[in-house]
Design a protein around this ligand. Sequence first.
Ligand SMILES: N[C@@H](CC(=O)c1ccccc1NC=O)C(=O)O
Length: 385
Amino acid sequence: MALSDNHNQPTSLSNERGSHSPVKSEALTSNLLTQRQYATDHILQSYQVYIPSLPLPTSEAPNLTRTEDSDSSNNDNKIWLIFIHGGAWRDPTITALNSFVPTLSHFLTSPLQQPLSTDSDPISITGYISLSYRLSRHPAHPQTPPLPTTPDRPSSLRNATHPDHISDILSALGFLQRKHAFGNRYILAGHSCGGTLAWQVAMSRAWARTDVFEQDVKPPLAIVSVCAIYDLPLLVRRDKDAEAYRDFVVAAFGDEEEVWKGVSPARWDGYNRSWHGDGRRKPVAVLAHSREDELVEWEQVEGMERCLSMQQQQQQQQQQQQQRGKRRNNAEHEQEGEEKEEVGQGGWDGDFRVLEIEGRHNEIWQKGEETARAIKVALDMLSKS
Ligand SMILES: N[C@@H](CC(=O)c1ccccc1NC=O)C(=O)O
């Protein structure tokens, strides 16, 4: 099977989309986005950004420094949306721009942008970002030997291997957190392997070769993973097209199954340590998956659901233990300090939902509607948390 077919011309799909998603709005939406670099070694270390409160750059002064460095109010309810595209860590035809524009269009043209509650200060999105990151090799997209890299000519070669992809995502988040000072006030959304990368941020592992500052990255308030890969060994063990799947996993992660396990979000048992609330809000996740997804099957989301449920149960058990401990302590007139000793070993205190969405794997990012819906669910969960 050619894993790269039928998705690489997203604009040509506009004919199939019907009247609810006019092409014009997508063309307008892409004009709202500006491309920037978060690092300078590779052309793919870039991002697309749209900050509605800022004037757009004019053609006379495209690089004019706007007020964006200081735009991030400390308002707790103003949060950022950061998107990570899919493409099996390697497909150069799925980009930060084309994979995000349909979703962004839905935010900007549908009632999703309306206040979510009757609160005087509802949660709202203050900036939209879509990240690029270095890609692995792809046999269907051969590369002519690129020109040598110089300080003003970053590399364009696609030969990344783990941990380059996650390292770029962490560099980007660190850069953006320093630039816009949004801390943990962001939703990290990703499609397919972009969802995997989003969860790897929440795993907060010291990925080999990542720089120290990247480990200071604050994980998000919410993760929205759409059609995501959660378990690499399970993905490769499938009956159908196993070789094609193995190819892209090996291109990105090498051929050691232990490495595949270590990077799989559904096999991480430390979310309690790596991704917890900030005292005011619990972390929130939406696992959006379609039963029509022909590339990443439903069993992937089931594995992640089991993983998170188990860690939530540990949390509940621990809370019950603490309650019992407190009652005992009260009864025995113990000193306050002792009950604190029981805290810290527990499970994950987050909240998550599996959201069934509709459509085939690539159709979902091409149309954007279901991704926008999943993000809206996360916003609702956040506004109640
Ligand atoms: N278009 C990709 C394939 C792809 O995106 C994919 C295929 C199977 C399962 C998941 C996939 N993408 C996840 O990011 C390729 O050409 O390799």
